[in-house]
Write a protein that binds this ligand. Structure first.
Ligand SMILES: Cc1cc2nc3c(=O)[nH]c(=O)nc-3n(C[C@H](O)[C@H](O)[C@H](O)COP(=O)(O)OP(=O)(O)OC[C@H]3O[C@@H](n4cnc5c(N)ncnc54)[C@H](O)[C@@H]3O)c2cc1C
Length: 430
């Protein structure tokens, strides 16, 4: 048994960690110590990848590339391969992943199980839209080969299925041609939510990636930076990432009621120098937080919650206004508040998170009294017809999950009885 945390560092409870590295032995390993849950890079913020006092199947050792077809861009790889490894090997060959979340330190299995999205959802949808097929290992020994055209019901259950339908052993992904690692980017300062929605609308389809950072301490008056980018033609430039790290866990969260406003102001001021157009390497643009290893330690020994919701476009502006007002009034908040819109694409998975609308994400250091704010935000989200993102969640009430994921009943049939996580017990009762 050893202590394991997820990205939010809310707990470090003992787990019986089993390293999976040989795909021919996975069936035997899963049969041995059930129930368990797969663990990729642990970049989920809450309890989707945790199973305290139980088995955790770590997939980091399942990291081989199996086959690549240079003509079609199809890659077969093991499920523990990371998006970073794929990008590093195939980008120089002119191919890249169509969907990249805000960190590259995510496994293929984790990206499928949360059906992750990137800053280009309007254009490329979610990760599941680019999965050609996968092999799923059930704990009873059955292996299921599935894809959109082969046993599609298993595909719909497993994409976004929170690791609960089986362990994904390997997957075939459709990469897309990319001109190189460079992006034409633009950073625009704005104030007011109307300006945010106008910028979002006018950015598509000309700009592939769009996202906004907001200073949530301003309430609905919101000021923010709108960042957009599109692939730039191949450039003769070089880029070397700086390797910074948060060396230790401070005794108290560095983000708290006292530092919240100054930190947001500082971020705003530092970024004034970045306004306008420039060519940027895709790594700092798409994964700004990856620049500081272990940045999650800054929230101190008690960790932090991320609250990420989506609300439909029609009710979105009013709901986001209400949420920002509630957050500002509570005196809580985040330095890393992100607002972005999703495109009109329905994702593949029965439990996939995205829906056409607007998504808001904020981090809150863990301390007593937060739950009242979360309950207020939950009520606004539910009223607006939205939902919370399980990849980021550690506390949503079961009733909210049931009410906002209408295909949960269909999903349950595909669960593997030998798989259970802290999240599945919290949200589904087992
Ligand atoms: C800084 C940061 C930025 C992020 N930005 C985004 C973003 O922009 N968009 C977005 O969608 N997400 C984002 N995320 C969340 C992250 O992409 C997801 O949580 C992702 O699923 C993590 O992958 P992982 O490999 O770490 O999986 P884990 O966190 O270890 O596990 C996630 C889920 O996948 C399951 N799983 C893992 N491997 C397998 C397998 N082989 N078979 C079956 N199930 C498996 C686990 O059981 C668990 O349910 C971000 C996270 C961080 C830390």
């Amino acid at each position: 048994m050893r202590p394991v945390s997820s990205w939010g560092r809310l707990s470090a409870l003992p787990h019986d960690v089993v390293e999976l590295s040989d795909r021919s032995r996975i069936a035997a390993e899963l049969a041995k110590r059930r129930p368990g849950i797969a663990y990729g890079m642990g970049r989920s913020y809450g309890d989707a990848c945790l199973n305290p006092e139980g088995t955790l199947w770590r997939t980091a050792g399942l990291d081989r590339f199996i086959a690549f077809d240079e003509a079609s861009g199809r890659l077969r790889c093991e499920a523990g391969a990371t998006l970073r490894e794929i990008q590093d090997v195939f980008l120089p060959r002119g191919w890249g992943l169509p969907v990249l979340p805000g960190t590259r330190f995510v496994t293929v299995g984790g990206a499928i199980a949360n059906d992750v999205h990137g800053k280009n959802h309007h254009e490329t949808g979610t990760f599941g839209d680019h999965v050609v097929s996968f092999t799923l290992q059930r704990t009873d020994g059955e292996q299921i080969a599935s894809g959109p055209g082969e046993r599609p019901d298993w595909f719909a259950a497993t994409v976004g299925g929170l690791g609960l339908t089986g362990v994904i052993v390997e997957a075939e992904l459709q990469l897309r041609r990319v001109p190189g690692p460079w992006l034409d980017t633009e950073t625009i300062a704005y104030s007011g939510l109307d300006a945010f929605f106008q910028l979002s609308d006018e950015s598509h389809p000309a700009w592939e990636h769009a996202v906004s950072w907001i200073d949530c301490t301003w309430g609905e008056a919101v000021r923010g930076l709108f960042l957009r980018a599109r692939p730039a033609a191949d450039q003769q430039r070089t880029w070397r990432g700086r390797e910074l790290a948060m060396p230790l866990v401070p005794p108290l969260s560095l983000v708290n009621r006292l530092t919240l406003k100054p930190l947001n102001r500082l971020y705003w001021m530092l970024n004034q120098r970045q306004l306008g157009r420039r060519v940027e390497h895709y790594v700092p643009f798409l994964f700004p937080l990856d620049a500081i290893a272990d940045w999650n330690r800054m929230y101190g020994p008690k960790g932090f919650y991320q609250y990420q919701c989506v609300v439909p476009r029609e009710s979105g502006p009013a709901a986001v206004r209400e949420m920002l007002t509630a957050i500002a009034r509570s005196g809580e908040g985040s330095v890393l508040a992100v607002l972005k819109t999703f495109g009109e694409r329905s994702p593949q998975g029965l439990l996939s998170f995205p829906m056409p609308g607007v998504t808001l994400a904020l981090d809150f250091h863990n301390h007593p009294g937060l739950e009242a704010l979360f309950e207020r935000l939950d009520a606004i989200v539910a009223q607006a017809g939205g939902r919370l993102y399980p990849a980021k969640d550690a506390r949503m009430p079961r009733a909210l999950f049931e009410a906002t994921y209408p295909r949960l009943g269909e999903f349950i049939k595909y669960r593997d009885p030998g798989i259970s996580s802290a999240m599945s017990r919290r949200l589904m009762g087992s």
